[in-house]
Design a protein around this ligand. Structure first.
Ligand code: BEZ
Length: 223
């Protein structure tokens, strides 16, 4: 089965994009990366998604995350469509689209990366790309993947929240609980013994009493 698993080194593919030919690992350099696919150019949900992604591009940059989109149309289509997206965002005409879009018009990457949606087809009966998101770490390994069908738009604000968690948990031995936001308390990893946790988290470890008597709900201020 095609596809990439968490922890796999992300393929160092070559692709034509709106900024020319790239080799993916060179494009990423030492940054984090987010690659997200779209079913097709000039489609409504994709336009709203890319509009939001463009609006948030400075937030991704602040987090040292390089953005790159993919759709199964040509560079020429992507360039025309990105002008529509900027107009949808009420940007001035001529305002540059803030990140590249891969032209996967032969669906080669879509197949390699396991991104095709069997339920959504174009007028010729060919499957469209689903809405995938891959977050890649500076070590080029896949840290997160999300797969939505073509008919459900994603939440790019949620993607920033998730990246905040990935970047925090890459450095500190904590996990982020439900609906966590930066600055909220985090959970001490279950595999850290109590005495070690006390040393690791000098701001304090707060354990919630539970009917089982097990001490696994351990909170600490975000380190
Ligand atoms: C859209 O982006 O609006 C869309 C594309 C393909 C299938 C369904 C919706």
């Amino acid at each position: 089965m095609p596809g990439i698993l968490l922890g796999d080194v992300f393929p160092n593919f070559e692709a034509e994009t709106t900024i020319g030919k790239i080799k993916f690992h060179d494009f990423l350099g030492d940054s984090w990366g987010v690659l997200f696919s779209h079913p097709r150019d000039y489609t409504p949900v994709c336009t709203t998604e890319l509009g939001r992604a463009a609006k948030l591009s400075d937030e991704f940059k602040k987090r040292n995350v390089k953005m790159i989109a993919l759709s199964i149309d040509s560079v020429e289509d992507h360039v025309g469509w990105s002008k529509d997206i900027m107009a949808y965002n009420n940007e001035e005409p001529g305002c540059k689209f803030p990140f590249p879009i891969i032209a996967d018009d032969k669906r080669e990457l879509a197949v390699t990366l396991g991104m095709l949606d069997p339920d959504e087809r174009d007028k010729d009966g060919m499957p469209l790309t689903a809405r995938c998101v891959f977050v890649i770490g500076p070590d080029k390994k896949m840290k997160l993947s999300i797969l939505y069908p073509a008919t459900t738009g994603r939440n790019f604000d949620e993607l920033l929240r998730v990246i905040d968690s990935l970047q925090l948990t890459a450095k500190k031995r904590v996990a982020t609980p439900v609906n966590w936001k930066p600055g909220d308390e985090v959970m001490v990893l279950p595999n850290i013994p109590e005495d070690e946790a006390a040393k690791l988290f000098p701001a304090g470890v707060f354990t919630k009493e539970l009917p089982s008597g097990k001490k696994y709900l351990r909170y600490t201020p975000q380190p």
